[in-house]
Design a protein around this ligand. Structure first.
Ligand code: MN
Length: 702
């Protein structure tokens, strides 16, 4: 109790940025919290109230508003005491009750598996953040104090909490620009998760510090002296050191040794205003020579979390590399508390950038969650967004678009607008045509051409980087697949009905509704989709619909294949059917209608299920580009490949791949995968290949 009181005095001193009345209110809250938690102890044996008090201290250090401070004092009241939410509403008002409730919900979650738990917590967190972003700030402070006192927990719990902190809380902290909390969370989790590694790096850092001291102070002196001679007055020149976890990450990522990392000297120069920052850069560059290409202007283009500063790397005395950050006091404040600065400087629009962006980020996440629907997929998307550094590219109008590192033109299109992404046809990077899969880099100008018929391609999923593009493409394909399945199902049913020379519109609404009810389906489209999916056979459905109507079955007719493959109609990759081949279709559940050639070996098994067999035929005007395989045996003489490729090309055949199956001293046996229009086209190409003097054999592989 005594300890808590002493702690409270320390806390009260931190509140000097608030008014007297506000401090009084906080005092009353503290007394209330103390009363309801009385008798409770932490695992460490301390009075429980010390925990909410420390959490409030962390927020007071960031000068958070009074609501946040009060809610932080109460943050465990709902969970750990019998106090009801109504009491909090009556005593402290709705806003505070909601904040406490939000934090409680985040802490309460229990799940069967860890991965799922994380995914689900993440979703809830995003949701809570979207209601009031202060919830996450309180939760981060809560987690920070729990990490500071983690050593009183059993080992297995330490590991779990440390991992969760590294995976979720630290990335959120940095995403919101709260650098101070981020660094401490990472360092504490690293120490708890990898105690040995962390200790050895810490030891090495201490040792290295001794050696560095002289160089550090020499550089510091140089910098200060230079500024003293200039008209610009520095507010502060600070020597910086990397924190242990970031040294560890850098060693892992860049495969460099500890000493190479320690050979870097970091300084920060704090100045009065933006203008002075740019002038200071010139002064620094005249003191030491800059490394070409290492200058970054985060003042003109702030980082995604609102961080602003100038960065430059210099050749120091004896060529040692020096990294210098130049910024104003406000930027410095922003760099350490990020989004929390919103409550600190209510009026400054410049500083509020991070708050606006954080809101935008949370909104984007919500949108993504709405489209994904699956927790695990969602968390994957969020993680890619959280863990990648960003690049900056420009629209043709000069607007800046931020994207994660490794983003492509398609990601760019989606980040401009989902509709642009869904209909992008081609891209220009720096005014030159470039493939949609082009990986972008900072500073490029990117423009996207859209076409009304363009659709997202499933292959894009292999190269896109952003969660936003991924969830939008998947969402689109899911809908499209459904549309195509419905169309296929309808086509199959129409055809089965036409075998009885009747059409769907001749069947009464009542009969259809009865069937839907029996089948437990809502709409006709649901029925078509089930037929398209192969869950119901069109013949049976047709017979049910016809029911009592006496109709003579006519000679059946085939379904016509128009050519273009879509999600619901696919061509088997065992026999690669071409227009002109006799074909047979099989309706495979969850896959759609698969077309094989009539004599394909794989069809014998399928033919045992006549309800799956669909009579299909190529339409006379079937069009498209089809894959096919050719077996070629030829001499391995120099130049024979070139001759082969040129001849296929001359015949308008497009070689997709050449697989060498066998090579002897003089001969090759290879498989050619090419794109052709139809069987006739393929035969002409084979004839041409056979006519080559280097070729001994050529035939289609079925
Ligand atoms: Mn707590």
């Amino acid at each position: 109790m005594k300890f808590a009181l002493h702690q409270f005095k320390k806390f009260k001193k931190k509140l000097n940025y608030l008014s007297k009345e506000q401090i009084e209110k906080i005092q009353k809250t503290y007394e209330f919290a103390n009363e309801v938690h009385i008798g409770q102890k932490r695992v460490s044996g301390e009075e429980f109230i010390t925990h909410p008090l420390e959490v409030a201290c962390i927020l007071a250090d960031m000068h958070m508003d009074i609501d946040s401070i009060i809610a932080s004092l109460l943050h465990d009241v709902l969970e750990d005491t019998p106090t009801a939410k109504e009491i909090i509403i009556n005593k402290f008002g709705k806003t505070i009750a909601e904040l406490v409730d939000g934090v409680t919900k985040l802490s309460k979650m229990e799940f069967s598996t860890l991965v799922e738990a994380q995914a689900e917590s993440f979703r809830k967190m995003i949701f809570a953040m979207s209601q009031d972003i202060r919830v996450i700030l309180i939760k981060l402070a809560d987690r920070l104090h729990n990490m500071r006192t983690i050593n009183s927990l059993p080992k297995y719990k330490r590991k779990r909490i440390a991992k969760e902190t590294l995976d979720i809380y630290a990335p959120i902290a940095i995403r919101l620009g709260i650098h101070n909390i981020y660094i401490e969370l990472e360092s504490l989790s690293f120490a708890a998760y990898y105690p040995l590694r962390s200790r050895s790096i810490e030891k090495a850092t201490k040792k290295a510090r001794g050696n560095r001291k002289e160089i550090m102070s020499a550089i510091e002196k140089d910098i200060k002296k230079t500024f003293a001679k200039s008209p610009i007055k520095t507010i502060e020149v600070i020597g910086r050191e990397k924190h242990i976890y970031s040294i560890y990450k850098k060693m892992l990522r860049k495969h460099i040794s500890f000493s190479e990392i320690m050979d870097l000297y970091g300084f920060r120069v704090i100045l009065k205003n933006k203008d002075e920052c740019y002038r200071a850069l010139g002064i620094i560059h005249s003191l030491y020579k800059p490394f070409p290409g290492k200058f970054k202007d985060y003042i003109a283009i702030p980082k995604i979390n609102g961080y602003q500063s100038l960065h430059t790397t210099l050749f120091g005395p004896q060529g040692v590399p020096i990294e210098i950050q130049i910024r104003t006091q406000e930027m410095e404040q922003m760099a350490s508390i990020g989004i929390a600065a919103h409550w600190l400087y209510k009026t400054d629009e410049d500083i509020d950038v991070s708050h606006v962006r954080a809101q935008q980020w949370v909104n984007d996440l919500l949108e993504m969650q709405r489209k994904t629907g699956n927790s695990l997929e969602f968390i994957e998307n969020v993680k890619t967004d959280l863990f990648t550094s960003e690049i900056y590219v420009f629209t043709p109008k000069g607007e800046i678009i931020e994207l994660p590192h490794g983003s492509t033109a398609v990601d760019f299109a989606y980040s401009v607008h989902t509709d642009i992404g869904n209909s992008c046809a081609s891209a220009k990077v720096n005014y030159k045509f470039a493939p949609l899969s082009t990986v972008l880099s900072s500073g490029q100008t990117v423009s996207i051409t859209i076409a009304p018929n363009s659709k997202p391609n499933p292959a894009w999923l292999n190269f896109i980087k952003t969660g936003r593009a991924r969830s939008a493409i998947k969402h689109f394909l899911k809908n499209q697949k459904q549309e195509e399945l419905i169309a296929l199902g309808k086509k199959l049913l129409d055809k089965s009905l036409s075998d009885y020379s009747i059409t769907l519109d001749k069947i009464s609404k009542k009969t259809i509704n009865n069937l839907l009810m029996e089948a437990n389906l809502k709409t006709e489209n649901d029925l078509y989709e089930e037929i398209g999916l192969g869950k119901r056979t069109s013949i049976l459905v047709a017979q049910q619909l016809i029911g009592s109507i006496k109709l003579k079955k006519l000679k059946p007719s085939p379904i016509l294949i128009q050519g273009a493959e879509n999600i619901a109609v696919k061509f088997a990759s065992c026999c690669y059917p071409l227009p002109g081949d006799n074909v047979v279709g099989f309706l495979i559940p969850e896959q759609g209608l698969i077309i094989h050639t009539e004599n394909c070996k794989n069809t014998s098994k399928l033919r045992k299920f006549p309800e799956k067999c669909i009579w299909v035929k190529w339409a006379d005007d079937a069009k498209g580009i089809f894959t096919t395989l050719i077996n070629v045996e030829m001499s391995s003489k120099k130049g024979s490949f070139g001759i082969l490729a040129t001849n296929v090309g001359n015949m308008d055949g497009d070689i997709d791949d050449i697989i060498i199956n066998q090579r002897t001293g003089t001969d090759y046996v290879l498989t050619l995968r090419i794109f052709v229009r139809n069987k006739g086209h393929l035969n002409k190409i084979i004839k041409q290949i056979k006519s080559l003097p280097t070729v001994t054999k050529a035939n289609r592989i079925k």
